[in-house]
Design a protein around this ligand. Structure first.
Ligand code: FAD
Length: 289
C-alpha cells in the first residue's frame, strides 16, 4: 500500500515546530527518522494531514554533559549513541544495548526521541531509560515539562506525552563508581525485536545492593519495572538463595504476555533465567570492586 496524501514541512528551529503544531493540531504528526512512521503511513494506520520533519531542528540534536546528567537530544540517532565517547564513559548500559537495536540502516535513521515517544514495549531505549531513572524533557504550549521515566510509559504504545507536546531531550543521571549494570536480550535473530530483555542497574557495595532497577522489554505490554523484585533485593548481599527468591518473586509479580512466537509461560521462564544472569553480573562487579 501507499501512504495517503499529506503536506510536508521542514522547520529549522523549535519555535517553528511549535507554531506548526499549534496551527495544525491533531492533523499534524512529527517525523523523526521515519523508521516506524513510514511503515504506519504505508499501512494507512496513520493518516496525518501534515508531517513536520524534525531533521533540521538543531535544538533537538547532540549528546552533552550538563551538570549531573547526560542530555540526549530527541533527534540523536542510535548510531550517534553507538559512536559517542560520552555515552561509552558515562552510560555504558546504552552502549551495551544499542547493538541489539535492529540493523545498521535502521540505527542510522532511528532516533532516541522517536523510540521513547513510540513507547514500544519490546524496544531497548524505554527499558534503559527506566533502568537509569531517566527524565523525558517535553515542550508544549505551556512550556517545558519534565516527566520521570517511571511515570512516562502508561500502556501499550502509550505515554504521558500530550498531543500538543514534543520530546526535546532525555536526561540521564551520572552515576558513581559503584554503579553497576547488566543488559541481556533474547531475540529470534540478531536485530529482531526482543522476545524478552532486561536492563538492570544497581549501586553495588560489599554491604549489599542499593537502588536496584530491573527494567524489562518484550515481556509485558509496556516498558516495565518489576518493583516488587527490586524491593526484595534492596540492601541485600546477592547470593544463590537470594537469587532463587528473586526469581520466584519475579514469576509472581510480572504479568508476562504471549506474542506470536512465545507463550506467557515461556517468557516468564526466560525472564527468570535473565534475572539470574543479571544478578550474577552485578555480583561480579561487587566482588571486583
Ligand atoms: C525493521 C525494523 C526493526 C526494528 N527493530 C528495532 C529493535 O530491535 N529495537 C528497537 O528499539 N527499535 C527497533 N526498530 C525501531 C527503530 O529503531 C526506531 O527507534 C523507531 O522506529 C522510532 O523511529 P524514528 O526515531 O525514526 O521515529 P519516527 O518513525 O519518525 O516516529 C515514531 C513516532 O514517534 C513520534 N515522534 C518522533 N519523534 C518525536 C519527538 N521528538 N517528540 C514526540 N513524538 C515524536 C512520531 O510522530 C511517530 O508517532 C525497528 C524498526 C524497523 C523498521
Amino acid at each position: 500500500m501507499k501512504a495517503p496524501a499529506f503536506s510536508y514541512a521542514r522547520p529549522s528551529n523549535l519555535g517553528e515546530v511549535m507554531s506548526l503544531m499549534a496551527e495544525y493540531g491533531e492533523e499534524a504528526r512529527l517525523l523523526a527518522g521515519g523508521q516506524t512512521l513510514h511503515a504506519t503511513l504505508n499501512m494507512r494506520l496513520s493518516e496525518p494531514g501534515i508531517l513536520i520533519d524534525l531533521q533540521a531542528v538543531h535544538e533537538l540534536k547532540g549528546i552533552e554533559l550538563a551538570g549531573n546528567v547526560v542530555r540526549i537530544g530527541a533527534m540523536v540517532t542510535h548510531t550517534d549513541i553507538e559512536n559517542s565517547p560520552v555515552v561509552a564513559q558515562h552510560l555504558p548500559l546504552l552502549s551495551a544495548a544499542v547493538p541489539h537495536i535492529a540493523h545498521r540502516a535502521i540505527r542510522n535513521l532511528g532516533t532516541f526521541g522517536g523510540s521513547i515517544a513510540y513507547g514500544d514495549p519490546a524496544a531497548e531505549w524505554p527499558a534503559c531509560l527506566l533502568a537509569l531513572d531517566g527524565v523525558v524533557v517535553a515542550v508544549g504550549p505551556q512550556g517545558e515539562r519534565r516527566i520521570a521515566a517511571h511515570d512516562f510509559f502508561t500502556g501499550l504504545y502509550s505515554t504521558d506525552l500530550q498531543e500538543d507536546e514534543l520530546i526535546v531531550a532525555c536526561e540521564l543521571p551520572l552515576r558513581t563508581g559503584t554503579h553497576a549494570f547488566a543488559f541481556d536480550e533474547l531475540a529470534r535473530r540478531h536485530g529482531d525485536y526482543a522476545v524478552v530483555g532486561l536492563a538492570a542497574t544497581a549501586n553495588v557495595k560489599a554491604s549489599g545492593v542499593q537502588q536496584v532497577r530491573l527494567a524489562w522489554l518484550g515481556a509485558v505490554s509496556q516498558p516495565y519495572r518489576s518493583t516488587k523484585t527490586e524491593a526484595l533485593l534492596e540492601g541485600q548481599v546477592i547470593n544463590d538463595a537470594l537469587i532463587k527468591q528473586a526469581m520466584q518473586c519475579l514469576k509472581d509479580e510480572m504479568p508476562t504476555e504471549a506474542d506470536l512466537t512465545h507463550s506467557a509461560a515461556a517468557k516468564s521462564h526466560l525472564a527468570g533465567v535473565m534475572l539470574k544472569r543479571a544478578l550474577h553480573t552485578l555480583n561480579q562487579t561487587a566482588t571486583a570492586a
